[in-house]
Structure formats: C-alpha cells, structure tokens
Design a protein around this ligand. Structure first.
Ligand SMILES: [Zn+2]
Ligand SMILES: [Zn+2]
Length: 159
C-alpha cells in the first residue's frame, strides 16, 4: 500500500475540486502501529500538518485509504479542525465528486462487516513510503536489509 502516493493524489483531487486544503502538508504519512480503533488523524506540528494512518489500513483497499485521507486532509482547511459546518460542506463535495464516503468518523466503524486484519509485521520503504504488511515471519521480516522496495529504497521494519 503506497500511503504517500495516495496522499499526493487525494491532495491533488481536493485542490482540483476547489477545496482549500493547506499547502503545508507533510508529504510522508506517519504510521500509527498502536491505534486500533482510529484509522487516521491530522495533527499540526509547527506550521505543517501531519497525517497519520493506522497500520490496520495497510490491509485495506485503496478506496478506503483514500476516504480516510480525504477525511483527515479536510481538517487542514481553514476553520476545519473539528467536524463543524465548513468541514461538513467540504465532506459533501468530496462524496459527490469522488464517491469517497467521508463521514465524521474515520475509524473502525467504516468497516461495518469486515474490518481489515491487523498486520502482524509491517515494513516500510524509507524512500517512497510504501508499506508491506505480513502475517507471518519470513526472511523479509527477519532481514529487511537484504531486500529493496520496487523503487530501490531501503526497507525498515515498523511493526
Ligand atoms: Zn475528523
Ligand atoms: Zn519504495
């Protein structure tokens, strides 16, 4: 799952729809390996907004990840740190334009029937930010230094 690429794409989509997302979003998605019930968050660090996704989403489908990213990116718009009227108005635009079912919750409730399996092991490319979820111990999990991402970047174990 390429979280950083999806972040870039969703940012471009929202901008294209005229939604005033911040121009100062950290391009590298942070991964939270502890959050079990919350799939995303948006925090302000200095002047930049940092988007954090749960490791659980490494086993979700792309559209779900895009939905969570859109939800969090809307929080970077002026006056949108909560789920107030402005945030809701932009969320409606996102649902209409892109079909992302952005709701006020960005957590386990967005998978009513089939929540994704939590990954047991998780590796991340230091270059492109792609994440690789594994259920079992393997040579890749044990010795990530021996492997490379498709982009040529080094892999690091984050879980
Ligand atoms: Zn929110
Ligand atoms: Zn890579």
């Amino acid at each position: 799952m390429e979280f950083d690429r999806l972040l870039r794409e969703v940012l471009a989509e929202l901008r294209g729809a005229g939604i005033p997302v911040s121009g100062n979003v950290e391009p590298h998605v942070q991964i939270n390996t502890r959050a079990k019930k919350r799939y995303g968050s948006c925090v302000k660090r200095g002047k930049a907004f940092v988007i954090e996704l749960s490791a659980f989403l490494s086993n979700a489908d792309e559209k779900t990840v895009r939905t969570v990213l859109a939800h969090e990116l809307l929080h970077t718009c002026p006056g949108c740190m909560n789920h107030g009227e402005t945030w809701k108005r932009y969320a409606a635009v996102v649902r209409e334009r892109f079909g992302y079912e952005v709701t006020r919750t960005a957590d386990y409730r967005i998978f009513p029937e089939s929540p994704p399996e939590p990954p047991k092991y998780l590796l991340r490319c230091e270059n492109c930010g792609a994440v690789f979820a594994r259920r079992k111990r393997s040579a890749l999990v044990e010795h990530p230094g021996r492997y490379r991402c498709r982009c040529g970047g080094k892999l690091r174990r984050v879980l």
